[in-house]
Unconditional design. Structure first.
Length: 379
């Protein structure tokens, strides 16, 4: 198995609406990643196209914009974790020696969502995601005394982080306060509209290759190494409920992270920044604990101490997360890699985490799969 590095990253701004076609957005993101890597498309041996809401062969059609090279191409689909899953396949293609260079590219317009495949005979076909997460939040409030103000503080942090990200969908021109978040329209008690992920469109791409190649292509730039790339689905537990894949068992994040930490030879204390699946702030709060950033039940304390804000002990969702940066679907997980790669290179501008060396990216797909990547800065 070869050591794998991120050779290049690219993305388009995530937006609610644009005149630029999705095909053009995908091309721009892929072209930016190739340029950042310093390689031409003919050198790419494998491409994994992640998207949810377009017809099956859309990825192959879009890929023709880069050239007809006979490249191996696959469509990857895994709900919100689609982009992350596409990257996992690209990493494995390089690590296993199947391709010298591989590309993961995601694109989508979440406003074209046409259902998640659930019938009205199941709970998932009737209850919207916001309601599932609201129930999760209500349980948390009863168990640990979490307040809506804590959830609002997380959302406000992410809105304000997004203001510093030129690719973010939501870029407020004045500071967002927890009070403003709480005052926004209630959608599922205790979750308000400003606590919900931004729904829009966009594209993102990541090029991976060997660590040796990364050093050859960019000798003056620190290589960003893929220290861990792993995915897990649900494991059976006593009293397991076979409903609710929108959120799934929160323990799935813990077990996937444990595999990733073991794979990387690192632990939570080694992390300098984290990106999580934060479709609603209750997720981010719970994932603080499941990823080992703090003991169980102490996530609220991290928020109160601003430990997860820029300048805090362990910044989370530095680019605004799903709430601020936006959540088009297919490219979301790859946008996390874009952000973390820039952070580890020291190229994140005004949201830069000082001397960032290790970053973790976490996405959950449909509540039934979890993908965790750990990136680290090489020498």
């Amino acid at each position: 198995m070869k050591d794998v590095a991120v050779l290049g990253v690219g993305m388009t701004p995530f937006v609610a609406k644009t005149e630029v076609s999705l095909r053009e957005q995908a091309y721009r993101a892929g072209r930016a990643a190739l340029d950042d890597a310093g390689v031409g498309f003919p050198r790419v041996g494998s491409v994994y196209m992640g998207y949810l809401w377009e017809p099956t062969m859309t990825g192959v059609r879009f890929l023709k914009e880069f050239g007809l090279t006979g490249v191996h191409v696959q469509h990857v689909q895994n709900a919100s974790a689609t982009g992350s899953a596409a990257l996992l396949e690209a990493v494995r293609a390089v690590a296993g020696g199947h391709s010298e260079i591989a590309m993961a590219i995601g694109f989508d317009d979440m406003q074209r969502i046409n259902g998640a495949g659930f019938s009205n005979e199941s709970a998932e076909g009737v209850i919207l995601p916001a309601a599932f997460f609201a129930l999760w939040a209500q349980e948390r409030m009863l168990t640990y005394g979490t307040t809506p103000a804590t959830l609002a503080a997380i959302a406000a942090k992410n809105w304000n982080n997004a203001a510093r990200n030129p690719m973010a969908q939501r870029r407020p021109t004045t500071a967002v306060t927890a009070e403003k978040v709480l005052a926004s329209k209630m959608i599922a008690d205790p979750l308000t509209s400003m606590m919900a992920a931004g729904v829009g469109q966009g594209a993102a791409a990541v090029i991976v290759g060997s660590a040796e190649l990364a050093r050859k292509l960019h000798p003056d730039r620190p290589p960003v190494l893929v220290a861990a790339s792993t995915m897990q689905s649900e494991s059976y537990t006593p009293y397991h409920l076979f409903v609710g894949p929108v959120i799934g068992p929160s323990g799935m994040t813990r077990t996937t992270a444990e595999v990733a930490y073991n794979q990387a030879g690192l632990g939570p204390d080694d992390l300098d920044l984290v990106q999580v699946h934060d479709a609603f702030p209750i997720e981010e709060l719970v994932y603080y604990e499941k990823l080992g950033l703090c003991p169980e039940g102490e996530g609220d304390k991290l928020v109160a101490e601003n430990a997860t804000g820029l300048g805090g002990r362990i910044p989370v969702s530095t680019d605004g997360g799903l709430i601020g940066r936006g959540h088009p679907g297919g490219p979301t997980g790859l946008a996390q890699i874009w952000e973390t790669t820039l952070q580890l290179r020291g190229e994140a501008g005004e949201r830069q985490v000082p001397d960032a060396k290790v970053g973790l990216c976490h996405m959950v797909g449909g509540g039934s799969v979890c993908v965790v990547h750990i990136l680290r800065r090489g020498s």
